[in-house]
Design a protein around this ligand. Structure first.
Ligand SMILES: Nc1ncnc2c1ncn2[C@@H]1O[C@H](COP(=O)(O)OP(=O)(O)OP(=O)(O)O)[C@@H](O)[C@H]1O
Ligand SMILES: [Mg+2]
Length: 252
């Protein structure tokens, strides 16, 4: 029974990956052919075709990279670092970096970060979680909208970070699926994504002993809530020197 289940999971996985690779590879083939057979006649048409080929090839590379990362996490090949993480500072840096990107898109960005006990874990991986949540918010809200980061410590045992936005929202029937591999809600903004960011984010958060949830109201917005256990035994004096966070890996 267990092995039937594994076989089915493997078949689903291969079907998903083939489906995701087919579309960019079909574009690459079509545009390369247009250059070769002269359908793309002039320089301008050839440059356009080459640029589509480059974009689609980048998409395939990103897909394969993210997929490998997810599979290594699932098989336990990626070890999470176990250091003290100053989440207050990490979130402040994420706020600063994404504030610039929000301004470029004419969006507002707010942060309300309360004092937080340190988390034990992998700072780069946690950065990746918040980058993806902020990146998603940026992609989905129209100009004039707002993104907020709120962080608090409701109890001695855990902290809670909420990334919310005024996006058009996710339909209730689609909400349970957004953490699944390759799942994208059918909107034009979602078409640019690979659909792996939230699956990876949830793996990372769970590897830290926490969890991530989503709430969304159509026409109002979406919020992702990350809950992480804290280590109250670490004093702030023992925190490492502040470092430069990039918090922008996914957007580059
Ligand atoms: N803030 C949000 N507002 C509206 N829809 C969202 C939001 N965040 C995620 N979604 C929906 O959930 C889907 C899955 O998100 P996820 O981050 O996993 O993938 P992606 O952003 O499409 O691609 P990737 O992160 O791999 O580049 C998105 O495609 C989008 O449809
Ligand atoms: Mg994403």
């Amino acid at each position: 029974m267990q092995s039937d289940h594994k076989q089915q999971a493997l078949r689903d996985f291969v079907a998903d990956v083939s489906h995701e690779l087919r579309s960019p590879l079909t574009s690459i083939k079509g545009f390369a052919q247009a250059i070769l057979d002269g359908t793309a006649k002039d320089k301008k048409a050839q440059l356009k075709a080459a640029s589509v080929i480059e974009d689609e090839a980048k998409r395939v590379i990103r897909l394969v990279d993210e997929l490998l990362e997810l599979s290594r996490m699932e098989s336990g090949q990626i070890q999470m670092a176990q250091g003290p993480v100053d989440t207050e500072e990490l979130l402040q840096h994420c706020h600063e970096i994404f504030m610039m990107r929000a301004e470029e898109k004419d969006l507002q960005m707010a942060a309300d970060i309360k004092p937080l006990s340190p988390v034990i874990g992998d700072i780069d991986r946690l950065e990746q979680v918040f980058s993806n949540l902020l990146d998603n918010a940026l992609k989905h809200i129209p100009a004039g909208g707002k993104i907020s980061i709120a962080a608090q410590q409701p109890s001695a045992d855990f902290i809670e970070i909420t990334v919310s936005d005024t996006s058009p929202g996710i339909p209730p029937e689609q909400l349970p699926h957004v953490f699944k591999r390759f799942y994208r809600v059918d909107t034009s903004a979602a078409k640019t994504g690979i659909g792996l960011g939230l699956a990876i984010a949830r793996k990372i958060v769970r590897a830290h002993g926490g969890d991530i949830k989503v709430n969304s109201i159509l026409g109002e917005g979406t919020e992702f809530i990350v809950r992480l256990p804290v280590n109250v035994n670490i004093s702030r004096e023992w925190m490492p020197e502040p470092r430069r966070y990039s918090c922008s890996r996914l957007s580059l």
